[in-house]
Write a protein that binds this ligand. Structure first.
Ligand code: MG
Length: 371
């Protein structure tokens, strides 16, 4: 006899067939609708047995909508991100649990970038018809692992079966002290430019299991005033450029201070590009870029270094990205992944590990006159 626990581990309703729901005449549509409801009901029963109740969720899965409690003097912070087969991952190559974990982690990273604390996730899966329920359960293994690790409740979501690719959409909710969110727009001239850890080469495998820097939020909150922050999803230089644009400042980067991940060194051996170029443009590092006043950085630097934080330059009044080369400054072009450009997961550069083929143009350092 299969115990309830084993049945849960194996996933819901294994072996049942669910068909494509989207195309057909009226009667097949209603049939498909019934099938979808069946998938949803059996799956929800399984899921309810797996999710943990957390105090922040007053009403979770099972009603028309979830009800969450907010702490007094806090604001809701909300973000959403989708990842899709053949664009952001390869369903036939990557573990479903890794895909689920990544979908959670990229959203958690956005909450960290806002200086928030995550509370609950809403999870929407669009499932290919073949083995729909098994796929949902496998993806959920990673989602639940991340939820457990970062104390996030699964408060609800949606499942649908279609004749398209697997996609995982997560809406993540969290809270920040009222008025205390870290925005992209607050960097000031003279602020220290800080990166929270080594960057580059995430395609070596790290991109599937990123560590959202929620630990930094806990460590920095109440200790220093973070003027601005952004997480590195598309590439250090590209995300720094976004932060600078939002703040109306520029940045002067000291290339020799950039903490280059060993994965960037490994990738450079095959790519013909330098480890620094990988660090500046690869993306999916999910470290944070932060702006702190020099006084705050001085105060926090010792603890910051323990957390992986490194000062890599400063924000300046002159707009644009600049690289400090000796006594001069050279213009640094932002490089990284631009959304809307298709990532080709099967491209040779990304062969065995997965997603992003490098977007064009890669890091180019263009000489300009001294500032
Ligand atoms: Mg972000």
């Amino acid at each position: 006899m299969v115990s309830a626990e084993n049945r849960q581990r194996r996933g819901p309703a294994c072996g049942r067939r669910y068909l494509c729901t989207t195309i057909g005449n009226k009667s097949s549509l209603s049939n498909a609708y019934r099938q979808e409801i069946e998938v949803e009901q059996s799956f929800l029963a399984w899921l309810k047995g797996r999710v943990r109740g957390l105090p922040q969720v007053a009403i979770g899965i099972g009603d028309d909508a979830a009800i969450l409690d907010l702490q007094p003097d806090h604001q809701l912070v909300a973000t959403t991100d989708s990842i899709i087969d053949q664009v952001d991952f390869l369903a036939d190559r990557h573990l479903a649990a890794d895909i689920g974990f990544k979908a959670m982690a990229i959203n958690l990273s956005d909450i960290a970038a806002m200086g928030g604390r995550p509370t609950a996730a809403l999870v929407t899966l669009a499932l290919p018809a073949i083995k729909a329920t098994e796929t949902a359960a496998a993806v959920y293994e990673g989602i639940l692992e991340a939820a457990e690790t970062y104390q996030v409740a699964i408060a609800g979501g949606d499942l649908s079966v279609h004749d398209g690719p697997l996609s995982v959409t997560i809406t993540l909710l969290g809270q920040v002290p009222t008025g205390g969110a870290w925005l992209r727009s607050g960097a000031r001239e003279g602020d220290c430019l800080i990166v929270s850890g080594p960057i580059g080469g995430s395609l070596q495998g790290r991109h599937l299991r990123p560590t959202p820097r929620l630990d930094l939020v806990a460590a920095l909150r109440g200790e220093v005033e973070v003027h601005a922050a952004i997480d590195i999803s598309d590439g250090f230089s590209l995300d720094l450029d976004r932060l600078c644009a939002a703040s109306g400042v520029g940045a002067e980067v000291e290339p020799e201070s950039i903490p280059i991940h060993l994965d960037a060194v490994a990738r450079a051996q095959e790519s013909g590009r330098t480890p620094l170029e990988h660090a500046l443009g690869d993306g999916e590092d999910f470290e944070l870029i932060l702006a702190l006043s020099p006084q705050d950085w001085k105060k926090f630097a010792a603890r910051g270094r323990e957390l992986g934080m490194v000062r890599v330059g400063q924000f300046i009044g002159r707009t644009g990205l600049w690289s400090r080369e000796g006594r001069g400054l050279k213009r640094m072009l932002a490089s990284g992944y631009i959304h809307g450009q298709r990532r080709d997961p099967a491209a040779p550069q990304a062969s065995s590990q997965g997603t992003a083929a490098p977007a064009q143009p890669r890091t180019a350092v263009e000489t300009e006159g001294q500032s």
